[in-house]
Structure formats: C-alpha cells, structure tokens
Design a protein around this ligand. Structure first.
Ligand SMILES: Nc1nc2c(c(=O)[nH]1)N[C@H]1C(S)=C(S)[C@@H](COP(=O)(O)OP(=O)(O)OC[C@H]3O[C@@H](n4cnc5c(=O)[nH]c(N)nc54)[C@H](O)[C@@H]3O)O[C@H]1N2
Ligand SMILES: Nc1nc2c(c(=O)[nH]1)N[C@H]1C(S)=C(S)[C@@H](COP(=O)(O)OP(=O)(O)OC[C@H]3O[C@@H](n4cnc5c(=O)[nH]c(N)nc54)[C@H](O)[C@@H]3O)O[C@H]1N2
Ligand SMILES: [Mo]
Length: 769
C-alpha cells in the first residue's frame, strides 16, 4: 500500500456515500415498532433475501434448534416459545446470508490500492467471500490459492519464527466455543499466550472488577432475575440499538411495576418508551410502554461519582432507617465495609455533584428507588467500561449492590451486557492473554502440551509490539482488527510492518487491505450455515451474557462450496505449523463432540458437556458468587475504596465519547442514518450541548474541527465533522466509532484494565476555519 501514512484523517470513508443532505430532527417515537419493521424490510431487499431471510429469522434463537443470533449476547427467551427477535438481529443475520458474492473475478478487476480507497460500507456490500485468496505484491491484487497451499504459507511462516511470541492471534467474539478451544490450543502448543481479543476493548474492565470484588469475572444474574427484580439501573448502554432484546425485559419490568433508572449522558430511545418487537398486537395498535422511570444524564466519566452519591445517600438514610442497609449480609459475606462507609462520608456532596454532573436532589431520587426496592439489578455496558476508571466504576457498582445484599438471590445482582454473541464464551474457553495457572495445568495434563507460562499480549500490547517490529505474523480469527482498534494511522502502519497477516473472515473488510508483506484471506462458514464434516452435520456452542451455554446449528446452504468451517481452518493451520503435533487436529474436526469431550476435561463447569449442551435450553455455567461463594483472597465479597477521579474537562475542553449509530454493527455499517437519534445521511458528526456550541460560535449541522489531546501531549485531529445540537450535559460530546478511532491515542489506555479509553477523549472543538 502506498497511501500516505502521515495523515490523521482516515484516508477512506467508512459509511456509504450519502444519498441526500444531512438532516437532524429530534426523535420522539417509541423504540422498535414500525420504524424497526420498515428498516428491516429495506435491508432484506438490499441483500436480496426476501425469501430466505424471513425463514431464517423464524429459526433464530429457538430452543435447541436453529442457530444463535450472531447479533448480540443477550440471552434467549427462557420460555423458548416466543419469537425472540429484534430489528438489528435480523439485519445482522441477513447481512451474513446475503445473496451477493465476492469471487476471484472481483479481485482480478481491482488492485488492493484501489480497493483501499473504497468505503468500508462498499467493501462489505460486495457480499460473501468465496475462496481462499493470497496477496500478490507483483500485481497488487489478491489471487486464488488452494487451501493446502494457504495452510502451508501460514505453517512455513510460523515454523520460521525465532520466537513463538513473534506471532499474535486475535479473536473477535463471533467465534464458537469449539473453534475457540482449538485456537488457543494451537497458540499455546506453538508456545505463546499472545491472544488479543475484542474483549480487551469492551469488557476487560468488567471481568477484572468482578473478579476482584466477587471472585467470579462475570455477571451473576440471569433472565429469571430480570423477570423478578423491583428496580433496574441501566448504565451506559444504548439498549434499543445494541441490545434490543432487552427492550422486552424492560417492557415486562414496567408492566410489573418495577422501576427503571437510566444513567447515560444521552436520553436514549429505550429510556422513554418502546414497542416490543415481537408483540404483533402491540405493533398493530402502536401500543407503546414506558421503559424509563428516571433519567440521570451523567457527564461523561461521571458514573463513579453518581454511584458514590447513591451509596452516600443510602448510608445517610441508614442512620434513621434500620432497613436501608442489609447489615446481616454485610457482616456475613463482605469485607471492607467500614472503610467504604468512611470513604462515602468523606466524599462531599459538592464533589459528587461536580464530578457526576447531577444535582443532589436527582441523586436522592435514584437512592430512594434503590432503597425502596427489595431486589435491584445494575446493568452496564461500554459507557461504564471504556474509561480510565472502568474497573473502579464497576467495583463501585458492586459496592452499591452489597450495601443492600443485592447478590446471590433472585432478582438481584450485577449484569454486564456483553457485546459480541460469544465474547464471554471465548474467555471461558481459553482466549486470555493472562491465563490462570490452574487452567494451564489442566490444559497441559489433558492435551499433553507444554503451554507457555509467561503472559502474552492483549490488543494494545500487540499493536505496540508491532510498532517495535516484534510481531511478524498476525492472525485475525474474525473481526476487523485494523478498523476496530485505536489510533488508525498507527494501527495501519503496525499491520503493514508484519511479514504475514492472515484474516479468517466472511466478508471483505479493511483488515484485508491493510496487510503485511504477505497476506491471506481465508473465507469461512457463517453461523447460519450448515457445517458438514465426516461425522455428519455439526453444531457449535456459544455462551451468552448470562452464562448460558447452548448449541447453534446452521440451516442454510453455505455461501460457496469452497468455504471451510473455523475449526477446520484452525486445524489446517495448526497441522501445517506443527507437523509433528500429537494433537489429533484432523480427528477433532471430523466430529465436534470430540472437541467438546476434551473441553469437558479441561474447563471448569463443562463436565458432561456433550449431554448438557443438548438439554432444551443448554446449561448454565456455575457462578460461585451467585451461591455466595467468593473466590477472593478473603473468601468474602470485597468492598473497594478508590478515590473519585477528576473527570471535569478543563476550561475550553470537552470530554468526547465514541459509540455506535443505530445502523451499524461495530465496523459493519448498514446505512448512514441513526434513526433513534434523529440523524439522516450523516456519520461524520459530533453531538454537542447547545450551550457548548453557542459558546464556540458553532451552528447546527455546521462543520467543526476536533482536536484530541493525548496524555503524552500529542494531538490527533478530524476536520469537517458536522455539529448536532443534542440534549447532553455541558462539557460532554459524542460521535461514532470507527471513524473516531483516529482520535484515540494508542498510549491512552486504562491503567486499571489496559482497555483503550474510547469513551473519554479530551478534545477541543472549534468552528471549522
Ligand atoms: N446493533 C448492534 N448491536 C451491538 C453492537 C453494534 O455495533 N450494533 N455491538 C456489540 C458490541 S461488540 C458491544 S461491546 C455492545 C456495545 O453496546 P453499547 O455499550 O451500547 O455501545 P455504544 O454504542 O458504544 O454505546 C455506549 C452508550 O454509552 C453512553 N455513554 C457514553 N459515555 C458514557 C459515560 O461516560 N457514562 C455513561 N453512563 N454512559 C455513557 C452512550 O450515550 C451510549 O448510549 O453492543 C453489541 N451489540
Ligand atoms: N473508538 C471505538 N472503537 C471501538 C469501540 C468503541 O466503542 N469505540 N468498540 C470496541 C469493541 S466493544 C469491539 S467488540 C471491537 C469490534 O472489533 P471486531 O470484533 O474486530 O470487529 P467487527 O466489526 O465486529 O468485525 C466485523 C468482521 O467480522 C467478520 N465476520 C463476521 N462474521 C464472522 C464469522 O462468523 N466468522 C469470522 N471468522 N468472521 C466473521 C466479517 O469479515 C466482518 O467484516 O471494536 C472496538 N473498537
Ligand atoms: Mo464489544
């Protein structure tokens, strides 16, 4: 690639070329409902899937038949009866099932340099990849390669490394459990724990915080708890767009009389009212339900102060109200309460109001709801985690829950909303750059390998190592690493410095065009497709946000006869890299039950895996914290006591968060509209408070320059973005990923979680010069 590397703007569009003028009108309709239905029809038409699309949707997320919706990690309806679907799940599935194909003729027609100039939307819009391709530097084109030769290219490169740590193996959270297990086995048999994954960018903070506080790195509640709770606190998640099936739970909760508190700088669509997507009577009657009791528009990064305020209020209440705290629970199950109480007392209300951006009277309302609820659930996503203080904030969530014994009983507990459909399963099944010793011991014993003990690289670590020239081979098992990671120009340079980049993918994306000296595209089956191996039709398992593991079986004819399954591709690479390996790679791929039998012996909670995963709703992985068993050093749930960070922007500066629009799936863009936020034909925008705009002389839909100031003093900028006056706290601004990844400095990752700080950039915004 010869595109200029020094520019900070992305050198290509991400979204489609707009078909009309940018528009913005605040949205006042309920979430889901007919707007969603219309949007689905448009996508089905575009993907030429009007026949198969609806049929597939009927098969999605059904009790022990059909495939797991790859759209998100929200659990399936416990009753297993309803059609549990949503607009964005349908879009996501039809995106995979598209009738369009990108074959060898396409690659013969276009050089990689030319394709690099295309938008990311246009790249994926070409359809499904059909056969393995290798980069030919002579012609700057991808040319067909046989599977055998492709595996040999990978094998030779890996065998040729001086040190196995010169390779990194990235996982995106779509990968099923069986492939995940084989993938980490391959990396570790080769001798490295370099297993960066997308979770390093989303819920690393949640895992570390829950582990430290409760000894289990996952949420403790399930859907039954959601159905039983009295109060829901929904923090930093755009429910209607990113976890739409949660809308059903919110509507049910409201009907039951439960209170729902939304904590978000934006009043997102789900914080007002919703129409249950699969409730056809409600749809027909336009009957919407309120899904919010209280909105707290916290400033960016202000969640920890807000939580501290609620805790402070509950502790104050306890002076005159013997039921405000669950004293018995605190005494029996926790440690560190006195210190935390003292910390809450010394944190002043002025400080809490200033740091959260919320008036004390509003915080007291939330505290009242929390105090009056017998059972509370606190749920969160990226608005909480992608910050410097992500771990401390999640621990503060747990602190608040512990005060009233909201743990280990029905209807109560922490409930992180995970991202990719199997990102939680990936970690459970061994994708961890900091693996536990006990896990490695079991792996060594059962698989008879000698796994490395030294910790490996995560996502940020991999990019830094590439920058230093220490990574020669990069394998991307799904995802779109180049576009998803921070500091795009640096990331592009880093990837281009590799000797070999390998992408296992379903669709053409940026990571195929930002490549090493040699490069391979290895196309795989999607989750909706039939996976036939010697042992017959195979299924794979996935784990949802609430630790339920169940089977997913494809039902569609593969997009091309040349596709291989992910387990088969991993086995092919592993055999080529490890010709002498005693691991029965080929035998595993013949029948995934065999992989599961090995997993049952290695992984905690997977005993009798093959039988239990075939139970009607699968099985739930044991959650010690749920049973009030705390695998912490003290054997108790541990209160944390971190000081509040200073998150108030300096004079003239703003805090900028990067997030998704309604019509995108991470780096996959469906359109340039964001329906629930009232935006049309525009992605290159920044949402701002209207006073912040006026102060800077910026008009509605007028162009601005954005300069991000990194910790090391360097700056990154974007120009020509259009400002949208939005109901936001002063000092807070928001815009879209992945475009805004150019503003995220690689060095700006959380010292608590190593997660890139994607929700809190320090920026100055001025009217375009
Ligand atoms: N349709 C669809 N579904 C998806 C995805 C997708 O791209 N499209 N992505 C999947 C993945 S991988 C993930 S990780 C999840 C992501 O799901 P979300 O966490 O909902 O993702 P974002 O769009 O980044 O939204 C962040 C939300 O946090 C709010 N926010 C920003 N800063 C703060 C803050 O400081 N405090 C608080 N309280 N809130 C803040 C924003 O206003 C926004 O509502 O969704 C998953 N599901
Ligand atoms: N600035 C900023 N950056 C962010 C975020 C943010 O909030 N702000 N969020 C971060 C988060 S939470 C995440 S999870 C990452 C997302 O990072 P990734 O998971 O790396 O990216 P995706 O966009 O989900 O990957 C899309 C690609 O996956 C491939 N794919 C789809 N289905 C399959 C399949 O079944 N198998 C295989 N092998 N490939 C498949 C397709 O080729 C598609 O192009 O982005 C992160 N980046
Ligand atoms: Mo994610």
């Amino acid at each position: 690639m010869n595109a200029s590397d020094d520019e900070q703007q992305l050198e290509h569009r991400v979204g489609p070329v707009p078909t009309g003028e940018p528009e913005f009108e605040p949205y006042h309709h309920p979430a889901a409902g007919w707007g969603a239905a219309k949007s689905v029809t448009k996508v089905l038409l575009r993907e030429r899937e009007l026949v198969d699309g609806p049929r597939a949707v009927m098969k999605m997320n059904h009790e022990n038949s059909g495939f797991d919706c790859p759209g998100c990690a929200w659990p399936d309806d416990t009753k297993g009866l309803k059609l549990d679907i949503c607009e964005n799940g349908i879009k996501h599935v039809t995106w995979e099932m598209t009738g369009k194909r990108v074959g060898r003729e396409f690659f013969a027609e276009h050089t990689v340099s030319e394709l690099f100039g295309w938008s990311d939307f246009a790249l994926e819009d070409q359809g499904r990849l059909t056969e393995p391709m290798a980069y030919d530097p002579e012609t700057d084109r991808y040319v067909p390669i046989s599977w055998k030769d492709a595996f040999e290219v990978v094998g030779a490169a890996l065998r040729g490394l001086e040190d196995p740590n010169q390779a990194a193996y990235y996982t995106s959270g779509r990968l099923g459990n069986e492939a995940t297990f084989l993938y980490q086995l391959m990396a570790r048999e080769l001798g490295t724990n370099n297993l960066p994954d997308c979770s390093n960018m989303c819920h690393e903070a949640s895992g570390r915080a829950l582990q430290a506080s409760l000894g289990t790195g996952k949420g403790t509640v399930d859907l039954k708890d959601w159905e039983a709770t009295d109060a829901l606190f929904i923090m930093g998640v755009n429910v209607a767009s990113n976890a739409p099936r949660m809308l059903t739970s919110l509507v049910e909760a409201h009907h039951r009389g439960a209170k729902i508190v939304h904590i978000n700088p934006m009043v997102e669509a789900a914080a007002r009212k919703a129409i249950v997507p699969h409730d056809f009577m409600d749809m027909a009657l336009f009957k919407s339900t309120r899904t919010g009791s209280l909105n707290l528009q916290v400033r960016i990064g202000g969640d920890m102060a807000l939580l501290r305020g609620i805790a402070k209020a509950v502790l104050e209440q306890a002076q005159s109200d013997s039921k405000a705290l669950d004293v018995e629970f605190i005494e029996r199950h926790t440690t560190g309460f006195e210190e935390y109480k003292a910390l809450c007392e010394t944190t002043s209300w002025e400080e809490i109001e200033r740091q959260s951006g919320i008036a004390r009277s509003e915080i007291l309302k939330a505290a009242r709801i929390y105090r009056d609820a017998d059972r509370s659930i606190i749920s969160w996503c990226l608005g909480v985690t992608q910050h410097e203080q992500g771990v401390s904030t999640v621990r503060e969530i747990v602190n608040l829950l512990l005060l009233r014994g909201n743990l280990g009983r029905e209807g109560a507990g922490p409930s992180p909303v995970r991202g990719h459909s199997n990102v939680q399963g990936n970690r459970t099944c061994g994708i961890d750059h900091r693996p536990a010793e006990e896990f490695l011991d079991r792996l060594a014993e059962v698989c008879r390998i000698d796994p490395p003990r030294k910790h490996g690289l995560d996502t940020v670590g991999t990019l830094r190592a590439m920058q230093r020239g220490e990574i020669k081979v990069f394998v991307g098992m799904g995802g779109n690493f180049a576009l998803a990671v921070p500091d795009s120009p640096l990331a592009y340079r880093a990837l281009r410095s590799c000797d070999l980049t390998v992408q296992v993918s379903t669709k053409l994306n940026r990571s195929h065009l930002v490549h090493g000296k040699r490069a391979l595209i290895l196309p795989c089956l999607g989750r909706t497709e039939k996976d036939h191996q010697r042992g017959g039709l195979q299924s794979t398992s996935v784990e949802d946000s609430m630790s339920m593991v169940h089977l997913s079986v494809g039902m569609k004819k593969p997009a091309s006869p040349h596709l291989l399954s992910e387990p088969a591709i991993i086995a092919g690479m592993a055999r080529a890299a490890l010709p002498e390996s005693e691991t029965p790679w080929e035998w595993y791929v013949e029948d995934y039950d065999r992989i599961r039998d090995t997993m049952a012996r290695v992984l905690d909670g997977f005993e009798d895996f093959n039988r239990r995963v075939r139970l009607p709703l699968g099985f739930r992985i044991k959650q010690p914290a749920r049973e009030l068993v705390f695998l912490t050093p003290s054997g108790r749930a541990e209160f944390s006591n971190s000081p509040l960070p200073d998150v108030v922007p300096e004079a003239g500066m703003l805090a900028l968060g990067t997030m998704r629009s309604h019509d995108q799936w991470n780096t996959t863009i469906y359109s340039d509209s964001d329906r629930y936020r009232g935006v049309k034909n525009l992605r290159e925008l920044v949402f701002m408070n209207k006073h912040d705009m006026r102060e800077r002389g910026i008009g509605k839909l007028k162009p601005v320059d954005i300069v991000a100031h990194a910790r090391d003093g360097s700056t990154r900028s974007l120009s020509g973005y259009l400002a949208i006056p939005y109901d936001l706290p002063r000092g807070s601004a928001l815009g879209y990923m992945p475009e805004m990844n150019v503003l995220c400095a690689l060095g700006d990752y959380s010292t608590e979680s190593d997660q890139p700080i994607m929700k809190h950039l320090k920026v100055s915004i001025t009217a375009a010069g």
